[in-house]
Design a protein around this ligand. Structure first.
Ligand SMILES: [Ca+2]
Length: 186
């Protein structure tokens, strides 16, 4: 049985629109603002601590260990316009995989309409070589370059207009931030 280990560690700096996110810096318990979503099989780990990044503040830690499933920390926010900067710090890692059992870590910005219908997403991800994710007109993949702490920032309007041609931008009224770790098989 292939055993997989991966984790996504994230600290949000100024998050969606200067802290439209509740508890985006994880200084409060993970039950504040965020929804913990363990899906499928495997071991789902959610943690929060100050030691994951050397700064004195808190970070969130997620791990999906073995088993076909995912572990995510999600938060949906309503937005009145899309000229927002989304930024975060993250450190992603993963264990070995195979074509039938591959891991992936990601921070995903999802675009939704007012009725919570999914319109598309941008995924900052660190994949196994076997990961089958591909960019499309509604999904834009941005590969994380290494397993160190990195800061990322995008302007939401620019991202939609430049990289997501099939997302109907006029309908996007909600954004969902997900810290996500998954494995494809057991
Ligand atoms: Ca810290």
């Amino acid at each position: 049985m292939t055993r997989l280990l991966l984790c996504a560690l994230i600290g949000f700096g100024p998050a969606v629109a200067q802290n439209l996110l509740v508890n985006g810096d994880f200084e409060q318990d993970l039950t504040v603002g965020w929804t913990r979503n363990p899906v499928g099989l495997g071991t789902h780990t959610f943690d929060r601590g100050t030691h994951y990044h050397p700064d004195p503040d808190y970070e969130a830690y997620l791990q999906q260990y073995s088993g076909a499933g995912s572990t995510s920390l999600d938060q949906m926010v309503s937005v009145s316009n899309l000229n927002l900067d989304f930024s975060f710090w993250a450190k992603m890692n993963l264990g070995a995989g195979s074509s039938t059992c591959w891991p992936v870590s990601a921070v995903i910005l999802g675009y939704y309409d007012r009725d919570n219908a999914f319109q598309g997403d941008t995924r900052f991800y660190y994949p196994s070589p076997y990961c089958n994710w591909v960019s499309t007109g509604t999904t834009h993949l941005i590969q994380v370059p290494n397993t160190e702490w990195n800061r990322f920032q995008i302007n939401v309007y620019d991202e939609l207009t430049q990289n997501l041609p099939d997302v109907p931008i006029r309908f996007v009224q909600k954004l969902k931030v997900s810290v996500y770790a998954a494995t494809s098989g057991g």
